[in-house]
Design a protein around this ligand. Structure first.
Ligand code: NAD
Length: 305
């Protein structure tokens, strides 16, 4: 809260746009850190689900000794829900946008934010791959627009990748660095190029793992075990791809390929086929592995046995 005391006086109001996987996690960490959070989504079911998810995730923290019952109540009291940007961002010192990964949608949202949020508000996007410079150019305050890329699950993962757009003001970057630390996160600053750093490095690794499977060099279990045990990765690249969503991996690889014009980022045809077949990983129940509710063991998909 020091950030807002110095930078925005008493303004500790944060608006989060989108109450999906990331939005509920982002709202959770801000509310738990004492900020007043307005969570905004066009879908009321998503808002209800998000509040329930935040409560359940806080119960998990309580069980592990990371939060008290009182802390949970205080955090939930900090949370309000809205269905329109116009209502939800009126007092915001900071807006964090975590709506669906769609460029046209994000440009429209940022135009609305520019219109309705106070002129001194910082506008941040949690996008995984869309250009911050392009998003900023949709507003009349490009110096106040920045990338704030949280990792999933937000309450657990320490990293915030902070992305400076072409026009981002250094003072804004400094404020977001300080704020991320206040949330208990570890910020890393990067410049705005396709995939930023996290995905520019991660996605080619995942793509190479899929190529290795496609070329018959090794099977699913060998590829993931080699990377887990050999490189001390907590999860193999194929399992991680299933967790992220194969459609998301494909769309980020396409952003890298188009953005850099370099064939080394071209998506493996097996990944393209799997996405076309609707095998998207955890969210569709099958990718490189099969996922059944309640199952504890990781089972390789029949397609790859
Ligand atoms: P999601 O599909 O779970 O949630 C998106 C939410 O945005 C939905 O609830 C939808 O109703 C809402 N929405 C759509 N249009 C809206 C509008 N005009 N106003 C308000 N809300 C709107 O998506 P997600 O996985 O939470 O991803 C959100 C953002 O975070 C994306 O930009 C994504 O690239 C990024 N991201 C995702 C992950 C991840 O692992 N899922 C990790 C890092 C970053």
């Amino acid at each position: 809260m020091k950030l807002f005391q110095t930078a925005y006086m008493e303004n500790k109001n944060v608006s989060v746009i989108g109450a999906g996987t990331m939005g509920n996690g982002i709202a959770h960490v801000f509310a738990q850190s004492g900020f007043k959070v307005n969570l905004i989504d066009v879908n009321t079911n998503q808002l209800e689900k998000a509040v329930q998810t935040i409560g359940k995730n806080m119960d998990r923290q309580i069980a592990k000794g990371g939060l008290t019952e009182v802390g949970k109540l205080e955090a939930l009291n900090n949370l309000r829900t809205f269905t329109t940007i116009a209502e939800g961002v009126q007092n915001a010192g900071l807006v964090v946008e975590a709506a669906t990964e769609n460029e046209a949608l994000k440009l429209k949202i940022f135009q609305q934010l520019d219109e309705h949020a106070p002129k001194e508000s910082i506008l941040a996007s949690n996008t995984s791959s869309i250009s911050i410079t392009k998003i900023a150019a949709a507003t009349k305050r490009p110096g106040m627009v920045i990338g704030m890329h949280f990792m999933n699950p937000v309450p657990v993962m320490k990293l915030v990748e902070i992305i400076n757009g072409y026009a981002t003001d250094q003072k804004v970057t400094d404020k977001i660095i300080a704020l991320s630390k206040e949330l208990g996160k570890i910020p890393c600053v990067v410049n705005d190029y396709p995939g930023f750093i996290a995905n520019k490095i991660l996605m080619p690794m995942i793509n190479e793992a899929i190529y290795s499977l496609h070329e018959g060099i090794a099977n699913v279990a060998s590829i993931d075990t080699i990377m887990k045990l050999g490189m001390a990765h907590p999860m193999g690249p194929l399992q991680l791809a299933d967790f992220i969503g194969l459609d998301v991996c494909l769309s980020i690889l396409n952003v890298l390929y188009q953005g850099f014009g370099n064939p080394k980022y071209a998506a493996c045809p097996l990944l393209v086929n799997m996405v076309m077949a609707g095998k998207l990983g955890v969210k569709s129940g099958e990718g490189f592995y099969v996922y059944t509710p309640g199952a504890k063991e990781l089972i390789v998909s029949n397609r790859f046995k």
